[in-house]
Design a protein around this ligand. Structure first.
Ligand code: GDP
Length: 341
């Protein structure tokens, strides 16, 4: 990394990102998503350079999750514009970046969050940057590169960040570890969906929003809102101290979106006032530091020439039931310590 930190390319590239140059931002995100070791090294150096340059501008990161078809893109399209209009009206014009986490995404196969024309009007705005999910990869890797993408977007002056994901349990946890607030989109019939959800995930929700509350569906949606509200009522408040709010909206005709925005702004003001937003980001960063260190340490072990043989030896012993997995793990580490430099 030191080598890259001294690279003559680094400073001018970082400068372009700080100026809000979209081509440079896109390129930096592509590098962050790359699995090639020298791209990862360059990204680490770039992040280090940028973090020294950026005076932590206030930003707000919202996670948006829900099953395919619930209306995530339609919601982001409508709500994103409403939010941008609000900040422009109060004299704090903001830029919005929409990033997605979808480990199943394979552009060639056409994925749920893939290349179909989504959020058309948002995409046309100069103050909006939309980036689809990186292709393929495992959730951990996608979450890591999304974290870097968030930081890059913020460095490029995007102070509103939406992180969208398909709700499938694990990806909600990933989004939660990246954002300040979590919004779950639901359909009427959401009571069942909420009940089927793991308690741990329900506790992460700051906003439960029933979408498609229009036309014939409106009555059912309002009922679902009540049921969601009842279900969430019995949960402990989230560590932020905010009690999850429930809303019914239509992303198509816009009904209910202003009340939701009002509530979201209240949430933002609340967590800024209590300092929770900063504390939460600190613990997120520490968790990522720990995770990265663990991963790197494991890679370091794996890169040693004796590792494979020793691992194989233990695998065989476990398969033959000569060793229990737990004991084997402890013994394996002890042997590694003794045998590896
Ligand atoms: P995503 O897969 O979660 O991103 O869902 P989409 O935004 O692509 O929406 C799926 C379908 O639901 C599309 O046909 C939308 O037009 C429709 N839809 C989305 N939001 C609403 C809404 O508020 N009301 C109605 N009636 N339809 C909606």
């Amino acid at each position: 990394m030191t080598e890259f930190l001294q690279s003559p390319e680094l400073a001018p590239f970082a400068e372009k990102i700080l100026e809000g140059n979209i081509a440079a931002l896109s390129r930096a995100i592509t590098l962050a998503e790359s699995h090639l070791p020298h791209h990862q090294e360059f990204t680490a150096a770039l992040m280090e350079h940028l973090s020294a340059q950026v005076t932590l501008a206030r930003s707000f990161r919202l996670g948006i999750t829900g099953v395919p078809g619930v209306g995530k893109s339609s919601f982001i399209e409508s709500f994103g514009q409403l939010m941008l209009d609000h900040y422009a009206a109060i004299g704090e014009p903001s830029k919005l970046a929409v990033l997605s986490i979808d480990p199943s995404s394979q552009r060639t196969k056409g994925s749920i969050l893939g290349d179909k024309v989504r959020m058309e009007s948002l995409a046309r705005r100069a103050d909006v940057f939309i980036r689809p999910s990186p292709t393929g990869g495992v959730l951990g890797g996608v979450a890591r590169s999304t974290r870097e993408s968030i930081a890059l977007c913020e460095a490029a002056g995007f102070s509103l960040i939406f992180v969208e994901t398909v709700g499938v349990g694990q990806s909600e946890i990933a989004v939660h570890s990246l954002t300040d607030a979590m919004l779950l989109l639901l359909l009427a019939g959401a009571g069942d969906e909420l009940q089927g959800m793991k308690r741990g995930i329900m506790e992460m929700i700051d906003f439960a929003v029933i979408n498609k509350a229009d036309g014939e569906n409106k009555t059912r949606a309002l009922l679902a809102k009540q049921m969601a509200s009842d279900a969430l009522h019995y949960l402990p408040k989230s560590p932020s101290g905010w009690a999850a709010a429930t809303h019914a909206v239509s992303s198509l005709n816009g009904e209910g979106l202003s009340q939701l925005l009002h509530d979201l702004l209240e949430f933002r003001a609340f967590v800024e006032k209590t300092g929770w937003i900063t504390r939460n980001r600190e613990s997120q960063s520490i968790a990522w530091f720990r995770e990265t260190a663990e991963r790197e340490w494991w890679h370091h072990l794996e890169s040693n020439s004796r590792f494979d043989a020793l691992f194989k030896e233990f695998e065989t012993a476990i398969a033959k039931r000569n060793l229990s997995p737990f004991y084997a793990a402890k013994l394996f580490l002890r042997r590694l310590k003794d045998e590896l430099p």
